[in-house]
Write a protein that binds this ligand. Sequence first.
Ligand SMILES: Cc1cc2nc3c(=O)[nH]c(=O)nc-3n(C[C@H](O)[C@H](O)[C@H](O)COP(=O)(O)OP(=O)(O)OC[C@H]3O[C@@H](n4cnc5c(N)ncnc54)[C@H](O)[C@@H]3O)c2cc1C
Length: 367
Amino acid sequence: MSAIVIGGGIAGVSAAAELSRDRHVTLIEAEDHLAHHASGRSAAMFIEDYGNATIRALSRASTGPLQDAGVLSPRGALMLARADQSEIFDTEHRSFGMTRLSVDEAAVLFPILNRDTVTLAAYRADVFDLDTDLLLHGFRKRALANGAKFVTRARIDKIVRDGDGWQVTWPGGEARADLLVNAAGAWADGVAAMAGIAQIGLQPFRRSMARIAAPDGHDVTRWPLAEGLGEGWYAKPDAGKLIVSPSEEHPMDPHDAFSDDMVLAEGLDRYQEMVTPPVTRIEHSWAGLRTFAPDRALVIGSRDPGFFWLAGQGGYGFQTGPAAARLLGDLVAGRQSELPPEVVSALLPARFENLQNRTFPTPPISG
Ligand SMILES: Cc1cc2nc3c(=O)[nH]c(=O)nc-3n(C[C@H](O)[C@H](O)[C@H](O)COP(=O)(O)OP(=O)(O)OC[C@H]3O[C@@H](n4cnc5c(N)ncnc54)[C@H](O)[C@@H]3O)c2cc1C
C-alpha cells in the first residue's frame, strides 16, 4: 500500500511519520522547505484548556507523546484585566483553568504590569513552551527512517483518480499512490476541489506577531505568557525578547501571509495599556494563517474512497499534532482509536455532509 501526503507542515510531516510505519509514503510540499507557512510562524505554546471540547480532548491525548518527545518546557500563563472587565474575566479565567492572583502576586511573575490599569489577574502554571522545530523534525526523522520520501518545490496542480488510486502532478514531476492525504493547511479545500472532492468550508484567518526588545532591559526568560481578555493580545518571552500578538482573526484567502502594520499597532496599544514600559520599536514582524473548519474542530478521516483529510488545525496544530496523526493512522488502517468515540465522530469529515442544514455558533473562547 502507498500514500501521498500533500503538505509539509506539522500536519503532513506527522502524517508521513505515522503512515510510513506500514506503507510507502511520499510527502509533497510546494515550497523550498518544510514548515514555510503556518507551521513556521506559530507562538509555539501548549495550553491544554484552549479551544472547544474536541480540541481539548486531542490536546490531552497529545500530552504524553509531547512529553516523551521532550518538546515541552514550563512557561505558565497569566491573564490580566481591568476592573470594568470583571464579568468576562471570570468566564475566561475559569475556562482556561486558571487561579485568581492578587495584583502583587501577578507583579512578581510579570514585573512590568501597570498597576493603574490591571486590577484582576489569574494564573495557570501548567502551560508550556512547545519546541515546534524539534517536534516537526522528530516526525520527519521517523518518516525518513521508515523509508518515506520527501519532495519539496513541488506544487501539485493536477490530481486525478487512477483506478483505485490517485495520480498527482506538479511542474516537472508526478507520483501515484493508493491513498491521498490532504494536509495542505490553508489550501486544503483547494486541494480537495482539484481532486473532485466536496470541500469542507475551511476558512484561513490571519494572525500577526511582533518581536520587541526585552522591556526596560529586563531578563524576561522566566516570565509567563501574559494575555488580555477576549484574545485581545498576548506576549511571550522568546530568545531573550518578547513576541507580542494582536491576536487578530481576519479572514483571508490562502496566501503567503504577512503582518498588517495597523493591526499590529492596535494590538500593541492593547498590550501597552497593561504594562508600564512603552514600545518604541518593532524589531521584526510576521503573520500566519490559522485555518478553521466551520465548527472549529480538526477534520480527520475520509468520506470519499482513498481520500483522507488532516486539516483545519486552526490555532492548535502543534499541541494536537501527535494525537491527530495517530487518529489518522488508525482510520487509514481501520484500527480502533484510543480516543473516545464521540471525539472521533466530532472530527470526521462526514459531519459536514449536510452542512447547509446546520449552524455552528462560535464558542466564547475560540482558539
Ligand atoms: C501566529 C500563530 C500562532 C500560533 N500559535 C500556535 C501555538 O501556540 N500552538 C499551536 O499548537 N498552534 C499554533 N498555531 C497554529 C499552528 O501553527 C497551525 O495549526 C499549524 O501549523 C498548521 O499546520 P498545517 O501543516 O496544517 O499547515 P501548514 O504549516 O500551512 O502546511 C501546509 C503546507 O501545505 C503546502 N501545500 C499547500 N498546497 C499545496 C500543493 N498544491 N502542493 C504541495 N504542497 C501544498 C503548503 O505549502 C504548506 O507548507 C499558530 C498559528 C499562527 C499563525
